[in-house]
Design a protein around this ligand. Structure first.
Ligand SMILES: [Fe+2]
Length: 292
Protein backbone atom coordinates (compact mmCIF):
# COMPACT_ATOMS: atom_id res chain seq x y z
CA UNK A 1 0.00 0.00 0.00
CA UNK A 2 1.26 3.47 -0.82
CA UNK A 3 1.62 5.18 2.52
CA UNK A 4 2.64 8.61 1.33
CA UNK A 5 0.11 11.42 1.38
CA UNK A 6 0.94 14.42 -0.75
CA UNK A 7 1.45 17.68 1.08
CA UNK A 8 -0.81 19.48 -1.32
CA UNK A 9 -3.68 17.05 -0.75
CA UNK A 10 -3.20 17.11 3.02
CA UNK A 11 -2.97 20.89 3.32
CA UNK A 12 -5.96 21.31 1.02
CA UNK A 13 -7.99 18.94 3.23
CA UNK A 14 -6.96 20.79 6.38
CA UNK A 15 -7.80 24.16 4.83
CA UNK A 16 -11.20 22.80 3.84
CA UNK A 17 -11.93 21.31 7.27
CA UNK A 18 -10.77 24.41 9.14
CA UNK A 19 -12.53 26.88 6.83
CA UNK A 20 -9.34 28.14 5.24
CA UNK A 21 -7.13 28.37 8.33
CA UNK A 22 -3.54 27.34 7.62
CA UNK A 23 -1.44 25.02 9.76
CA UNK A 24 1.48 26.65 11.55
CA UNK A 25 4.30 24.22 10.88
CA UNK A 26 6.87 24.28 8.12
CA UNK A 27 5.72 21.49 5.82
CA UNK A 28 8.17 22.41 3.05
CA UNK A 29 10.98 20.29 4.44
CA UNK A 30 8.97 17.25 5.53
CA UNK A 31 9.69 13.89 3.93
CA UNK A 32 7.05 11.48 2.60
CA UNK A 33 6.27 10.37 6.18
CA UNK A 34 6.07 14.02 7.30
CA UNK A 35 9.29 13.70 9.30
CA UNK A 36 11.51 16.77 9.71
CA UNK A 37 14.69 17.64 11.61
CA UNK A 38 14.13 19.04 15.08
CA UNK A 39 16.93 21.65 14.63
CA UNK A 40 17.29 21.89 18.39
CA UNK A 41 20.04 24.53 18.26
CA UNK A 42 17.59 26.95 16.66
CA UNK A 43 15.23 27.26 19.64
CA UNK A 44 15.65 30.67 21.26
CA UNK A 45 16.42 31.26 24.93
CA UNK A 46 12.95 32.79 25.25
CA UNK A 47 11.42 29.53 23.97
CA UNK A 48 13.42 27.44 26.45
CA UNK A 49 12.29 29.82 29.16
CA UNK A 50 8.65 29.46 28.13
CA UNK A 51 9.06 25.66 28.18
CA UNK A 52 10.51 25.84 31.71
CA UNK A 53 7.55 27.93 32.87
CA UNK A 54 5.07 25.49 31.32
CA UNK A 55 6.95 22.58 32.87
CA UNK A 56 7.03 24.17 36.32
CA UNK A 57 3.36 25.03 36.26
CA UNK A 58 2.44 21.43 35.45
CA UNK A 59 4.84 20.00 38.02
CA UNK A 60 3.19 22.09 40.71
CA UNK A 61 -0.18 20.56 39.77
CA UNK A 62 0.62 16.95 38.91
CA UNK A 63 1.82 15.27 42.15
CA UNK A 64 -1.10 13.28 43.56
CA UNK A 65 -3.05 13.78 40.34
CA UNK A 66 -0.97 12.26 37.52
CA UNK A 67 -0.47 8.50 37.61
CA UNK A 68 2.85 7.19 38.96
CA UNK A 69 3.82 5.78 35.57
CA UNK A 70 3.76 9.28 34.10
CA UNK A 71 5.56 11.03 36.96
CA UNK A 72 8.29 8.38 37.24
CA UNK A 73 9.04 8.43 33.52
CA UNK A 74 9.00 12.23 33.38
CA UNK A 75 11.63 12.44 36.11
CA UNK A 76 13.85 10.01 34.24
CA UNK A 77 13.46 12.00 31.01
CA UNK A 78 15.20 15.05 32.41
CA UNK A 79 13.08 17.53 30.47
CA UNK A 80 12.91 20.33 33.04
CA UNK A 81 15.76 22.52 31.82
CA UNK A 82 14.34 23.51 28.43
CA UNK A 83 12.89 22.11 25.22
CA UNK A 84 14.43 18.61 25.11
CA UNK A 85 16.49 17.14 22.30
CA UNK A 86 14.25 14.46 20.84
CA UNK A 87 17.15 12.21 19.88
CA UNK A 88 18.34 11.84 23.46
CA UNK A 89 14.94 10.87 24.84
CA UNK A 90 14.23 8.76 21.80
CA UNK A 91 17.31 6.63 22.47
CA UNK A 92 16.22 6.05 26.09
CA UNK A 93 12.69 5.32 25.01
CA UNK A 94 13.87 2.84 22.38
CA UNK A 95 15.96 1.04 24.98
CA UNK A 96 12.93 0.81 27.29
CA UNK A 97 9.93 -0.04 25.07
CA UNK A 98 11.22 -0.05 21.49
CA UNK A 99 9.47 3.22 20.64
CA UNK A 100 11.12 6.18 18.89
CA UNK A 101 10.24 9.85 18.67
CA UNK A 102 10.02 11.40 15.20
CA UNK A 103 9.91 15.16 14.68
CA UNK A 104 7.00 16.47 12.60
CA UNK A 105 5.95 19.97 11.48
CA UNK A 106 2.57 19.76 13.27
CA UNK A 107 -0.64 17.88 12.51
CA UNK A 108 -0.11 15.16 9.92
CA UNK A 109 -2.50 13.08 7.78
CA UNK A 110 -4.38 10.33 9.59
CA UNK A 111 -2.86 7.60 7.44
CA UNK A 112 0.68 8.79 8.20
CA UNK A 113 -0.12 9.16 11.90
CA UNK A 114 -1.42 5.59 12.11
CA UNK A 115 1.59 4.31 10.14
CA UNK A 116 3.94 5.89 12.66
CA UNK A 117 2.11 4.46 15.67
CA UNK A 118 1.82 1.01 14.10
CA UNK A 119 5.62 1.05 13.73
CA UNK A 120 6.24 2.33 17.26
CA UNK A 121 7.16 5.86 16.24
CA UNK A 122 5.53 8.77 18.04
CA UNK A 123 5.28 12.01 16.05
CA UNK A 124 6.18 15.10 18.10
CA UNK A 125 5.57 18.62 16.79
CA UNK A 126 8.78 20.70 16.73
CA UNK A 127 7.42 24.19 17.41
CA UNK A 128 6.47 25.71 20.76
CA UNK A 129 3.39 27.85 21.40
CA UNK A 130 3.63 31.61 21.74
CA UNK A 131 3.79 33.22 25.22
CA UNK A 132 0.20 34.49 24.86
CA UNK A 133 -0.90 30.86 24.37
CA UNK A 134 0.48 29.84 27.78
CA UNK A 135 -2.95 28.71 29.01
CA UNK A 136 -4.58 27.49 25.84
CA UNK A 137 -3.51 26.38 22.39
CA UNK A 138 -5.63 24.96 19.60
CA UNK A 139 -3.07 22.90 17.64
CA UNK A 140 -0.79 20.50 19.53
CA UNK A 141 2.72 21.95 20.04
CA UNK A 142 5.97 20.42 21.32
CA UNK A 143 4.91 20.91 24.94
CA UNK A 144 1.68 18.99 24.52
CA UNK A 145 3.20 16.26 22.36
CA UNK A 146 6.42 15.74 24.29
CA UNK A 147 5.48 16.51 27.88
CA UNK A 148 1.97 15.06 27.61
CA UNK A 149 2.50 11.96 25.49
CA UNK A 150 6.09 10.74 25.61
CA UNK A 151 6.32 9.75 29.32
CA UNK A 152 3.49 7.22 28.98
CA UNK A 153 5.34 5.50 26.13
CA UNK A 154 7.90 4.35 28.71
CA UNK A 155 5.21 2.07 30.15
CA UNK A 156 5.37 -1.27 28.27
CA UNK A 157 1.64 -2.02 28.36
CA UNK A 158 0.57 1.48 27.38
CA UNK A 159 3.24 1.48 24.65
CA UNK A 160 1.74 -1.72 23.24
CA UNK A 161 -1.72 -0.17 23.38
CA UNK A 162 -0.51 2.77 21.32
CA UNK A 163 0.92 0.49 18.66
CA UNK A 164 -2.30 -1.48 18.55
CA UNK A 165 -4.20 1.78 18.19
CA UNK A 166 -2.12 2.64 15.11
CA UNK A 167 -2.79 -0.78 13.62
CA UNK A 168 -6.49 -0.32 14.42
CA UNK A 169 -6.42 3.07 12.71
CA UNK A 170 -5.18 1.55 9.46
CA UNK A 171 -7.99 -1.01 9.65
CA UNK A 172 -10.60 1.61 10.56
CA UNK A 173 -9.73 3.62 7.45
CA UNK A 174 -10.77 0.68 5.31
CA UNK A 175 -13.85 -0.12 7.38
CA UNK A 176 -15.26 3.40 7.63
CA UNK A 177 -14.70 3.49 11.40
CA UNK A 178 -12.44 6.53 11.73
CA UNK A 179 -14.92 8.79 13.55
CA UNK A 180 -15.59 6.04 16.08
CA UNK A 181 -11.95 5.13 16.62
CA UNK A 182 -10.95 8.78 17.05
CA UNK A 183 -13.28 8.91 20.07
CA UNK A 184 -11.34 6.11 21.74
CA UNK A 185 -8.08 8.04 21.29
CA UNK A 186 -9.69 11.17 22.63
CA UNK A 187 -11.17 9.54 25.72
CA UNK A 188 -8.12 7.41 26.56
CA UNK A 189 -4.82 8.72 25.16
CA UNK A 190 -5.85 12.38 25.52
CA UNK A 191 -8.34 12.48 28.40
CA UNK A 192 -8.07 9.14 30.16
CA UNK A 193 -8.24 8.59 33.92
CA UNK A 194 -7.16 5.49 35.84
CA UNK A 195 -8.18 4.12 39.23
CA UNK A 196 -5.27 3.32 41.53
CA UNK A 197 -5.07 2.16 45.16
CA UNK A 198 -4.22 5.80 46.02
CA UNK A 199 -7.23 7.16 44.15
CA UNK A 200 -8.18 8.29 40.66
CA UNK A 201 -5.26 9.56 38.58
CA UNK A 202 -4.66 11.10 35.15
CA UNK A 203 -2.87 9.40 32.25
CA UNK A 204 -4.34 11.38 29.31
CA UNK A 205 -1.94 13.80 27.61
CA UNK A 206 -4.59 16.41 26.89
CA UNK A 207 -5.15 16.81 30.62
CA UNK A 208 -1.55 16.36 31.74
CA UNK A 209 -0.37 19.21 29.50
CA UNK A 210 -3.24 21.55 30.41
CA UNK A 211 -3.23 24.12 33.19
CA UNK A 212 -6.88 23.99 34.18
CA UNK A 213 -8.22 20.52 33.51
CA UNK A 214 -5.70 18.76 35.79
CA UNK A 215 -7.56 19.99 38.84
CA UNK A 216 -11.01 20.08 37.29
CA UNK A 217 -11.15 16.47 36.11
CA UNK A 218 -10.53 15.13 39.63
CA UNK A 219 -12.80 17.55 41.47
CA UNK A 220 -15.91 15.88 42.91
CA UNK A 221 -19.24 17.59 42.38
CA UNK A 222 -18.66 19.11 38.93
CA UNK A 223 -21.17 18.42 36.17
CA UNK A 224 -18.70 16.09 34.42
CA UNK A 225 -19.24 12.37 34.68
CA UNK A 226 -16.72 9.66 35.53
CA UNK A 227 -17.64 6.31 34.03
CA UNK A 228 -15.85 3.01 33.78
CA UNK A 229 -14.50 2.60 30.23
CA UNK A 230 -16.49 0.29 28.02
CA UNK A 231 -15.00 0.25 24.54
CA UNK A 232 -18.07 0.15 22.31
CA UNK A 233 -19.85 2.76 24.42
CA UNK A 234 -16.78 5.01 24.13
CA UNK A 235 -16.59 4.55 20.36
CA UNK A 236 -20.14 5.85 20.16
CA UNK A 237 -19.70 8.91 22.43
CA UNK A 238 -19.28 12.44 21.04
CA UNK A 239 -16.69 14.70 22.67
CA UNK A 240 -16.10 18.39 23.25
CA UNK A 241 -13.04 20.07 21.83
CA UNK A 242 -13.55 23.57 23.22
CA UNK A 243 -14.53 22.93 26.86
CA UNK A 244 -13.44 20.59 29.64
CA UNK A 245 -14.70 17.06 29.04
CA UNK A 246 -18.24 16.27 30.11
CA UNK A 247 -17.37 12.62 30.55
CA UNK A 248 -14.13 10.99 31.68
CA UNK A 249 -13.78 7.28 30.99
CA UNK A 250 -11.89 5.54 33.79
CA UNK A 251 -9.83 2.36 33.50
CA UNK A 252 -8.73 0.02 36.30
CA UNK A 253 -5.27 -0.61 34.84
CA UNK A 254 -3.43 -0.38 31.53
CA UNK A 255 -3.78 -4.10 30.87
CA UNK A 256 -7.55 -3.58 30.73
CA UNK A 257 -7.03 -0.95 28.03
CA UNK A 258 -4.78 -3.23 26.02
CA UNK A 259 -7.07 -6.24 26.38
CA UNK A 260 -10.13 -4.15 25.48
CA UNK A 261 -8.64 -3.41 22.09
CA UNK A 262 -7.74 -7.04 21.32
CA UNK A 263 -11.07 -7.89 19.63
CA UNK A 264 -11.73 -7.10 15.99
CA UNK A 265 -13.55 -3.74 15.89
CA UNK A 266 -15.31 -4.52 12.57
CA UNK A 267 -18.55 -5.69 14.27
CA UNK A 268 -18.53 -2.54 16.46
CA UNK A 269 -18.25 -0.31 13.40
CA UNK A 270 -20.96 -2.29 11.66
CA UNK A 271 -23.36 -1.89 14.60
CA UNK A 272 -22.51 1.77 15.16
CA UNK A 273 -23.06 2.75 11.53
CA UNK A 274 -26.79 2.91 12.15
CA UNK A 275 -26.62 4.00 15.82
CA UNK A 276 -27.21 7.51 17.05
CA UNK A 277 -24.05 8.64 18.89
CA UNK A 278 -24.36 9.41 22.61
CA UNK A 279 -23.99 13.07 23.58
CA UNK A 280 -20.82 13.97 25.51
CA UNK A 281 -22.70 14.07 28.83
CA UNK A 282 -24.75 10.88 28.46
CA UNK A 283 -25.33 8.46 31.33
CA UNK A 284 -26.85 5.14 30.31
CA UNK A 285 -29.33 3.32 32.58
CA UNK A 286 -26.88 0.51 33.45
CA UNK A 287 -24.02 2.93 34.25
CA UNK A 288 -22.90 4.16 37.64
CA UNK A 289 -20.91 7.33 38.09
CA UNK A 290 -17.58 6.86 39.84
CA UNK A 291 -16.36 9.30 42.46
CA UNK A 292 -13.13 11.10 41.55
FE1 LIG B 1 -2.22 14.77 21.84
Amino acid sequence: MDTSVSNEDFLATVAEKSHGAALRGDYEHADAQYVVQQNWAEYSEAEHDLWRRLYQRQMALLPGRACDEFIDALHKMDAAAGIPEFEKTSAELFATTGWKIVAVPGLIPELTFFEHLANRRFPVTVWLRKPEEFNYIVEPDVFHDFFGHVPMLFNPVFADYMQRYGQGGLKAMKLGGLDQLARLYWYTVEFGLINTPQGMRIYGAGILSSGGEVEYCLTPGTTSRHIHLQIERCLNTLYKIDTYQETYFVIQNFQELFDGTAPDFAPYYERLKSAEPFPANALLPQETELLP
